[in-house]
Write a protein of this length. Structure first.
Ligand SMILES: Cc1ncc(C[n+]2csc(CCOP(=O)(O)OP(=O)(O)O)c2C)c(N)n1
Ligand SMILES: Cc1ncc(C[n+]2csc(CCOP(=O)(O)OP(=O)(O)O)c2C)c(N)n1
Ligand SMILES: [Mg+2]
Ligand SMILES: [Mg+2]
Lengths: 343, 326, 326, 343
C-alpha cells in the first residue's frame, strides 16, 4: 500500500477521518433502533464496510464534482460537507432534517453540497447521474459525476442503458459499482452471470467498450488510484469507465421489514442470518477497511496513535451531537405535507 | 372448516395449494428461495421455485413468454411500484398478446405485489399504482382486504387464464381472520358487503376496508348505519353490487388510499354518476390521499392519508346535504 | 399576428423559439438529428440537440438527472406507449424528487410523445395512456387539440419548473389552424370553451375535441346547442370551467379515446359527481373506446373508437332523460 | 462456402427455396402499397435482406423448437409452415387472416406452427422468448427457442436483463442479433458504444460470460454452422449464446409514417434517403444473399438453372395466390372486435 502521488499526509489523515466519521454516523443510526426504538421508521440502509470505497473515490474529487449514489446514501454527503445533524434529523423524520422530514434515510439530498439527491428504485439513480453528466457536458462546467450503485443494480436495464448512452455521448462520469456480494438477501452467485462464470463484474464494461476495472474496495488508496484514472479520462472528454470495488458491507441489508406496531430492528448480516456462513462474515470483519487503514497509516508514521484516538473521539462527539440535535428537533407540522409538490 | 390465519399466511397457503394441484404453476421472484431450506423449494423443487435477479422487465416478460407457451407463472414483485420499471409488460404485453393473436394464445400469470406500506417508506415505496392498471382490457386486478379473500382471490388468480395483478396490502400482512381450509375460491368481479347498513354506502378496498369498518363502528355509536362494500377486484368491477347498495342508501362515500385522480374511487364514482348520478340524495364524496407524494415523517404521512376520522366526517357531510335544488 | 400552421409545425416552432430564448433547453430523442442537415442541429448545435439510443429508461432518467442539475430537457419519445418501458421515471422519479428533497431541487423537463394513432397501428401503438399519469402529484399533463394550443402549451411546458408530459395527437399532426407568431403561452390549468352552447356540455381532449365539434355541428342542425369544453391540461385540471358550463347546461357528456376505466372522462365525471352530481338534469354519459385493445383491421378499429355518431347519440340520450325520480 | 455437415443437397435446396419464398412474399407486401394503395394500414416492416439469417438459423431447428422474433416478423413463419395466404390476409386486415385481422403485420402469431407471437415494443419480445425457454426447461421438452431481434433492440434494458437471466438459469435459448446497421432511421454508429469503438456487437455477450460470435448474415451456411453450435449448447443445458448476424435490410425500415388520408408508401432505404450514401446501399444490393446463394449452389451443381427457375416460379405463384386470397377475403365484421379480450 504505497503512498499515492498527490496524496499528502494531511490528505491521508483527512481520508482516515472521513472513514471514521462515516462509520461512527452509521453506528449511531444503527444504535438508534435499540436506544430509541420507533424513532426511525421505514427502511434504513447503512454504509459500514463501504468507507474505503466512498472515501477513496471522493478523495479524487475537484470542487464542483457531484456524488450520486443509491438509497444507501449516508456515507457520501458526510464526505461532501453535509452537517451530520441535519442528516440524522432527516433520518429521524424531524423538521430540521436535511429535507424537512420529507425524504428520510433513502432520499437524502443536499444540492448545495454537491449531492443532488437519490432514488430508492434500483438502477434509476444511475440514469439520473448520467443526466447530471449531460448537464456538466452541455454547460461545459468541467465537472465529473461520481455515480455509485450496487452489484444488484447491475441487473437492471437502467444500468446497461445508461452506460451505453454515457459511452456514446462520452459523458464525464465514473460508474462505481460497489460489489458487496449481496443484493438485499441474495448472494451475487445467485443472480450474476459474470460471477457464476468466475469473471469479475467489471467485465460488463465490455458491452460498452469502456474501461472496466476491479479493485479492492477495502483499500482506500487502491480505490483512489483506480478512480483517479477514470476521473482523468472523464474530465478529458474521453467518456466513462466502470470500476468494480469489492467489499463486504458489515451490517445487514437494512433493518428488518415489519408491519407496525412490530418494532423495526437490525438483524444479523445475511451471510450469517440467511446462509449460515459464519466464516464468511468473520473474514469480512477481519478485513474491515478502517482498522486496516489505521494500521497502515500508523505503520507509515503518517498518523500517531494519539492522532488516531483524537480523530475517533471527535467523530464520536460529532455524531453524539447529531443524535442529540435530531432527538431534540421537533416533528414537522402535519400541514407542511402539502408543500413542495410543485415548484 | 375455517382456521385463524394471518393475511400473509393465507396468500402463501393459496400458492402452495395451487402449486400442489397444478404442476404448470411456477413461482419466482427476487430474494426468495435463497437456500435449500426454503419450504417452497423443498416442496416443489428448484425447477418450479426460483430466485430471480433484480430485473423486473425480464422477470415480468419471462412470465408472459412462459404463460403463452404453457406455464402458469406467479411472479413475486414485492412492492407494486417496482413494476413501474417494467410497466410495459403489465399494460402493453400481458393483456394484449391474446387479443392481437386473435385469441390464439392465452396468458395465465399472476403478478403479485404488496402496496400501500404506510410506515415511513416515503415517496417511492408507499404510493398506490392500481389506478394505472384499471381499464386495461385483458388484465384483471385483485385487492384482498381480509385473510379469507387473500387466499380465495390468490387461488382464483392462479386458475384464471388471464394475466392478473394481485395486490396485497402490506399493512394487513399480520392481520388475522378465519380462512377456509382446502379449496377456497373467491370469484372475480363479485363485490363483498363487509358490513350491512342503510344510511350510506362506503366503498373501499384493501386497508381502507379496515379503516371504513372502523369508521362504521364509530358512526354506529352515533346512530348512523353505514354499509361497507369491498369490490375485491377492480377489473372486473362489480358495479351492480355497489349500485344495489346505493339504491338502498342513496348516499355514497368512496375511500381510497390513492390520490383523487389516481384512485379506484374516482372510477367507481364515474360509474355511479352515469348509472344513477342524479338520483342520489347527496353528491358522492371521495376520501382519498391528499395530492402529494407520501412524505417520510410520521405526522406528515398521517396527514395525507385517509383515516377513520376523515371517513366519518365525509359520511356526516353527505348525510347533512339535502337533495340540491336543480 | 397569427399564421396558418399545421399542428405538428406549431410544436416544432414552440420548441425552436424556446431553445432560442433559453440556452438551458436541450432536445433529444431517438431518430432525430441524424445528419448535419437537421435544422435543429444546425441552429442549436450538437451539444443541445442529440440523437439518443433506443433506451427510454436512460433517455427519461437522463432528463431527470439533467433537470435537477440545471438543464431543461425536452425528450422526444415518439409514441406515448414507449414510455411504459420506463414508466418509473415518469411516475416515481420525475414528480417525486422535488418533494422528497423537501423542495431543494426542481425538475423542469418535458416528455413529448404522440398518441392515439388510430390508423392501423394495432394493439400496442395506438392506445391512450394518459389516465395512468393523472393524479401523480408533481407531474403535469398537456394534451393540445389545436395548432395554437399545441404551440402555446409546448412553450408553457418548457418554461414550467416541473416535469410535464406533453402528449400530441397523431391524427391531428397535419391539421391546420391559426397560430400566434412569436411568444404564445397557453397557461396550464385553464380549460378552453371550444364552442359555446346551452343544452349540453361536452368535455373532450385531443382528437376527440375535433370529433365533438363535428358532433356539435350535426346536433346544431337538429336544433341542439352543445358546448364543447377542452381542459387542455389534465393536471392541473380546470374543474371550475367545466362546472360553470355544466351549471349552465345541466347535462354532461364526456368523450375520451381511452377505455372507460382508463380515461380522463371518468376522472372528470367523478369530479362533477362530487361537486354537482345530484343537481344534473340527467346522469353524465361517457363516450369512450370499448373495452378492447385497439384491433388492427379498419372496421374493427372504427367500431371500438368513439366517433361523431356515438357522441350525437349520447347527447340525445342525456337530453331524452328527465330528472330521475329519487 | 463449404457444404456443411448434416446438410444434404435436398436440405440446401430447401433452404434456397425458403429464402426465395420469403423474398417473394416481402416483395408482394411491398408492391401492395403501389398496386393496391390503402389496403395495408399502419406500419409494416419487411425482412428482405434477412433471408440468409432467418433460413440459415431455422434450418438447424428440430421439430418442436420455437421461433420468436420482433415485429419485423414475416420471414420466420413462412419457414415454419404458416400458409402465406393467412399471413397476407392478416397484413391486409382480413377476416381470414392468421389473427382474424386483430394483429396485422407487426403481430403475426401462429402457435400451431411454433410461432407463439410477437411484440411491437422494442426489446420486450426478447423477454418473452426467454420465458418460452423457461417453459421448455421446466417441462423438459428438449425444445430450443430461437430469439431474433435487431441491433437497435440491444440498446433496451430488456435485452440485457434477459441475457443475464437466461445465462443464470441456463435456459435453452439462442439469441440471434440481426445487425442490419440501422434501427429505423438511425445508423448503428450513432447509438452503439461497441460499434463506435470498432468492436462487434457480439461483444455484449461478455457482460454475461456467454459465447458471443459474429457471423456474415448474408451467408446461410455460415449462419447455419454458427447457430448450430449455439443450439447444441442450448440443448445440452449449457445455456444461451449470442450470435450477431450482419446484413443489410434491402428496403426502408418500414412504410413511411403518414396520417390518413395521406397514403402510405415505401421510401428509399435510409442509407440513401436519410444519409445520401448511395454507395453503401449499392454494395448491400451487390451482397444480396439470394443471388449469392443461388450462384454458389449452381456452382456446386446442387442446383440446376432449371431447378432454380422452377423454385422461383413456384414461389411467385404461391405468393400471387396469397395476394389474391387476401384481396378476396372479406374484412371482419365490426362487432367481432369485442372478442378475444379475455380467455
Ligand atoms: C426496481 C426495484 N426492485 C427491487 C427493489 C428492492 N430492493 C431494494 S434494495 C435492493 C438490493 C440492492 O442491492 P445492490 O444494488 O447490490 O445494493 P446494496 O444494497 O448492496 O448496496 C432491492 C432488490 C427496488 N428498490 N427497486
Ligand atoms: C420501446 C420502443 N421504443 C421505440 C420504438 C420505435 N421503433 C420501432 S422499430 C424501431 C427500430 C428497431 O431497430 P432494430 O432493433 O435494429 O430492428 P430492425 O428494425 O432493424 O429489424 C424503433 C425505434 C418501439 N417500437 N419500442
Ligand atoms: Mg450489493
Ligand atoms: Mg436494425
Amino acid at each position: 500500500m504505497a503512498k499515492k502521488k498527490g496524496l499528502t499526509a494531511d490528505r491521508l489523515i483527512w481520508m482516515y477521518t472521513q472513514m471514521v466519521r462515516i462509520r461512527e454516523f452509521e453506528s449511531r443510526v444503527k444504535r438508534t433502533f435499540v436506544e430509541h426504538p420507533g424513532v426511525i421508521r421505514g427502511h434504513t440502509h447503512l454504509g459500514d464496510g463501504a468507507e474505503a470505497t466512498i472515501v477513496g473515490a471522493l478523495a479524487t474529487r475537484q470542487d464542483d464534482d457531484l456524488a450520486m449514489p443509491s438509497y444507501r446514501c449516508h456515507g457520501y454527503p458526510l464526505v461532501l460537507g453535509t452537517p451530520p445533524r441535519k442528516m440524522m434529523a432527516e433520518i429521524y423524520g424531524r423538521k430540521d432534517g436535511l429535507c424537512g422530514g420529507f425524504g428520510g434515510s433513502m432520499h437524502l439530498a443536499d444540492p448545495e453540497h454537491h449531492f443532488p439527491g437519490t432514488s430508492g428504485i434500483i438502477g434509476q439513480a444511475i440514469t439520473h447521474a448520467t443526466g447530471a453528466a449531460l448537464t456538466a457536458q452541455v454547460k461545459d462546467t468541467g465537472q465529473v459525476i461520481y455515480c455509485f450503485f450496487g452489484d444488484g443494480a447491475t441487473k437492471q436495464g437502467a444500468f446497461f442503458e445508461s452506460l451505453n448512452l454515457g459511452a456514446v455521448w462520452k459523458l464525464p462520469i465514473v460508474y462505481i459499482l460497489e460489489n458487496n456480494y449481496y443484493q438485499a438477501y441474495t448472494h451475487v452467485s445467485l443472480e450474476d452471470a459474470n460471477y457464476i462464470a468466475g469473471d469479475p463484474l467489471s467485465k460488463k464494461a465490455q458491452a460498452f467498450s469502456i474501461p472496466g476495472v476491479t479493485v479492492d474496495g477495502t483499500d482506500p488508496l487502491k480505490v483512489y488510484a483506480t478512480v483517479q484514472k477514470a476521473v482523468e479520462r472523464a474530465r478529458s472528454e474521453k467518456g466513462p469507465s466502470l470500476i468494480e470495488a469489492k467489499f463486504h458491507r458489515l451490517s445487514a441489508h437494512g433493518n428488518a421489514i415489519t408491519v407496525p406496531p412490530v418494532p423495526t430492528q437490525f438483524p444479523e448480516h445475511e451471510a450469517v442470518e440467511v446462509y449460515g456462513k459464519k466464516a464468511e462474515f468473520a473474514a469480512a470483519i477481519k478485513n474491515d477497511p478502517i482498522p486496516k487503514f489505521r494500521a497502515s497509516l500508523l505503520r507509515k508514521r503518517i498518523l500517531t496513535k494519539e492522532d488516531a484516538q483524537r480523530i475517533e473521539e471527535k467523530a464520536r462527539a460529532e455524531m453524539e451531537d447529531a443524535v442529540q440535535f435530531a432527538l431534540a428537533s421537533p416533528l414537522p407540522a402535519e400541514a407542511e405535507a402539502v408543500k413542495h409538490v410543485y415548484a | 372448516m375455517a382456521r385463524e390465519m394471518m393475511y400473509g399466511e393465507a396468500i402463501a397457503a393459496a400458492i402452495a395449494e395451487e402449486m400442489e394441484r397444478d404442476s404448470n404453476v411456477v413461482f419466482y421472484g427476487q430474494n426468495l428461495a435463497m437456500t435449500e431450506r426454503d419450504p417452497f423449494l423443498r416442496r416443489f423443487g428448484k425447477k418450479r421455485v426460483r430466485i430471480a435477479p433484480i430485473s423486473e422487465t425480464a422477470e415480468m416478460g419471462v412470465a408472459v413468454g412462459a404463460a403463452i407457451t404453457g406455464l402458469r407463472p406467479i411472479v413475486e414483485l414485492w412492492m407494486s411500484e417496482f413494476m413501474l420499471v417494467a410497466f410495459d409488460e403489465l399494460i402493453n404485453e400481458a393483456p394484449r398478446l391474446r387479443y392481437m393473436s386473435g385469441g390464439q394464445v392465452k396468458v395465465p400469470l399472476v403478478f403479485k405485489a404488496g402496496y400501500g406500506f404506510a410506515a415511513g417508506w416515503a415517496g417511492q415505496h408507499s404510493n398506490c399504482v392500481y389506478h394505472a392498471m384499471m381499464g386495461i382490457p385483458g388484465l384483471k386486478i385483485a385487492l384482498p382486504s381480509t385473510a379469507a379473500d387473500a387466499k380465495g382471490l390468490m387461488a382464483a388468480a392462479i386458475r384464471d387464464d388471464n394475466p392478473v395483478v394481485y395486490l396485497h396490502h402490506y399493512m394487513l400482512t399480520l392481520d388475522k381472520g378465519p380462512v377456509p381450509e382446502g379449496e377456497h375460491l373467491v370469484p372475480f368481479g363479485v363485490a363483498d358487503v363487509k358490513r350491512e347498513g342503510s344510511d350510506v354506502t362506503i366503498v373501499a378496498t384493501g386497508w381502507m376496508v379496515k379503516k371504513s369498518l372502523a369508521a362504521a363502528e364509530l358512526l354506529a355509536k352515533e346512530g348512523i348505519s353505514a354499509e361497507v362494500v369491498d369490490p375485491r377486484t377492480l377489473t372486473p368491477l362489480d358495479v351492480g353490487t355497489i349500485l344495489k347498495s346505493v339504491k338502498k342508501t342513496g348516499r355514497l362515500v368512496l375511500v381510497d388510499q390513492g390520490t383523487r385522480h389516481a384512485s379506484a374511487a374516482a372510477i367507481i364514482a364515474a360509474e355511479i354518476a352515469e348509472h344513477r348520478g342524479n338520483a342520489l340524495k347527496a353528491p358522492v364524496k371521495m376520501v382519498t390521499a391528499l395530492d402529494t407524494s407520501i412524505p417520510f415523517s410520521e405526522p406528515l404521512e398521517n396527514y395525507v392519508l385517509p383515516n377513520e376520522e376523515k371517513i366519518v366526517a365525509a359520511v356526516k357531510s353527505v348525510l347533512a346535504q339535502q337533495l340540491a335544488a336543480v
